[in-house]
Design a protein around this ligand. Structure first.
Ligand SMILES: O=P(O)(O)OC[C@H]1O[C@H](O)[C@H](O)[C@@H](O)[C@@H]1O
Length: 316
């Protein structure tokens, strides 16, 4: 984890001097969400429900980088359709013997806001959230009776969003889990969007068959129909780039071997009640980083850490 000095935001940095106070990062925690705004206007908003990032604005707050469905439920009644829901401890449908919901419980559980820290050197703010076994509903506790603690950190910079997670086994017995950032990126136009960094990478095509491993993708990868693929790039740290007409997104991963690329396309979007507008699939692309092909095993007392950074870079 990046070790950052903790600094209460209430303390003015220019105390005792004749200089005007430096602009402060604004943190607005409320009963259901935490919003952070940099002095330059960039912001992010995290719902306590699922620790779901529902907004990330750059360019002084002028540009939204995450796609959110107009029909997304943000009242805790359903996983949020958009933003960055967190997938844990299972990806996709759980095994038939399990009572866990699709994509697990992290995205439908209420997390705790643990606090924030700021960094003057690079004008960023870090927000920390936690989820433990004791936070789960009795149904989820019964479905996954493992002792765990998860710390999720979101760091907002001028042109970047860094997210990190530490999953710890707080019990004595070993267990396995999967983790994924289900990131809905906003793109200007899916028909003018392509990805680089996944070529020469075989993938599981979840549209054609859950078990088929296809030929490596061509370069660059364009999205021209319903797409649901799990890539396993040979280099787990390699950069994935999403090129759109606006700034491109450069995605770097730490300790995350798998990348899911998902766009429901026209027909599937029509069938999702919480997907609005119905042509919204033209303005979104899920590029999801995680560890989902195989479970990560943690012995009692062990911890696992992963991270994703998305940077905005001008094309050209
Ligand atoms: O509808 P959800 O449960 O949010 O899942 C949305 C999508 O998530 C991932 O991208 C999976 O690979 C897809 O198969 C799934 O359709």
């Amino acid at each position: 984890m990046v070790d950052r000095p903790k600094k209460p935001s209430a303390l003015p940095t220019s105390a005792g001097s004749s200089m005007p106070p430096a602009p402060q990062v604004d943190i607005s925690p409320s009963s259901d969400r935490v919003t952070a705004t940099l002095p330059t206007g960039e912001s992010c908003e995290v719902l306590l429900y699922g620790a779901t990032l529902v907004s990330w604005k750059s360019e002084g707050g002028q540009r939204e980088n995450l796609w959110m469905s107009d029909a997304a439920k943000v009242d805790g009644s359903k996983a949020v359709r958009g933003g960055i829901p967190l997938v844990f401890p299972v990806f996709g449908p759980p095994p038939s013997s399990s009572h866990l919901p699709q994509h697990g419980f992290a995205r439908i559980s209420r997390w705790e806001f643990l606090g924030k820290s700021t960094s003057e050197s690079d004008s960023s703010v870090q927000l920390d959230f936690g989820l433990m076994s004791s936070n789960l509903s009795p149904e989820m506790r019964a479905a996954w009776p493992c002792e765990f603690g998860v710390i999720y950190s979101v760091t907002l910079g001028r042109r970047s969003l860094e997210t990190r997670v530490v999953v710890r086994n707080e019990g004595a017995a070993a267990w396995e889990f999967m983790w994924l950032w289900h990131t809905y990126l906003r793109v200007e136009d899916i028909h003018q969007t392509h990805l680089t960094g996944l070529s020469s990478t075989p993938y599981h095509d979840r549209v054609a068959s859950a078990h088929l491993t296809s030929e490596p993708s061509p370069t660059p990868l364009t999205i021209t129909s319903e797409t649901d693929r799990v890539y396993h790039p040979p280099d787990p740290q390699s950069t994935i780039t999403v090129h759109t007409p606006a700034p491109r997104y450069e995605i770097t991963r730490e300790n995350l071997p798998d990348v899911v690329v998902w766009n429901p396309w026209e027909e599937k979007a029509k069938g999702m009640s919480d997907f609005e507008p119905k042509d919204g699939w033209e303005n979104m692309l899920c590029v999801e980083e995680g560890s989902v092909r195989e479970g990560v095993r943690l012995e009692g007392g062990e911890a696992w850490e992963g991270g994703v950074t998305v940077r905005l870079v001008e094309e050209g």
